[in-house]
Write a protein that binds this ligand. Sequence first.
Ligand code: MN
Ligand code: MN
Length: 297
Amino acid sequence: MHRTVVTITTLTMYHHIKQLMYSVHVGTPDPRFGNMLLEQFGGANGELAAAMQYSVQGLNCDDPERKDLLMDIGTEELSHLEVVGTLARMHLKPLKSDRDAAHADPLIAIAGGGGVALHNSMGNAWTADYLKITGELDVDLRSNIAAEARAKIVYERLIGFTDDPGTIDTLQFLMSREITHMKAFTAALESMGKPAFSIGYIPPTPKLVNQYFNDSTGVGDRGEPDARGPWNDGSEWEMVTAPALQELTSYKAGTRSPTEDSGGSNGHSSDGKPLRAIREKPQAVETAKLARKKTKK
Ligand code: MN
Ligand code: MN
């Protein structure tokens, strides 16, 4: 018996196994629902966008452990693409011959013959503009956590628009996996041990970074308040009331430039005096009309 020993020196990057990651069963095809499913095929929060975002981030990643994570999840998203594409195609198949069904997605009916292409539900072509890739691992992981949250909510809405048990079963699987990924990306970010607001290497300007600009003032027609909460209230926050209106009355009141003690190089007026950010108690809000009168004097 002759035996051949094959030594593989170069591994292929991807390998396709002719089996779906999760089974897909459709009772009665629903062409209009098939059109909706395209959001998760060629849409902004869809599976191709996820697969490409994580895989290309992984390509850029110099941290071997987290690169492995990005490649694992990026590859799983390709498997999701295959599942959701199969599901969409099953729902869209009647478009091939049924004139009424064709109205659900004329592009698929006429150009695609009932088959899916990389478009969203409105027929817009998939674009790399959907991807968030910064080359900064912790920043990318934050984008990924948000992307998973968006994918989850889109699946949830899709589940809400179908009664087909097989379809719901598949979508429930895909939706659950997005939360799995969200958990993994969150754990990966936390395990980097970076303080929550430490992004990049240049620290933000002290004081300025803790100023909250109350740039939308007054009470709205429906009672929308000037809200206070942990996002602008508390020991580290300094509330700056209507900085734009205050600037109309005094050039010193500008808050767009760093203070003189923060070492900013551009915080000077034309006469060489340093501009001061508002440090004192917030002043009362003035109307633009009143402010104009004052400056005329
Ligand atoms: Mn997915
Ligand atoms: Mn995912």
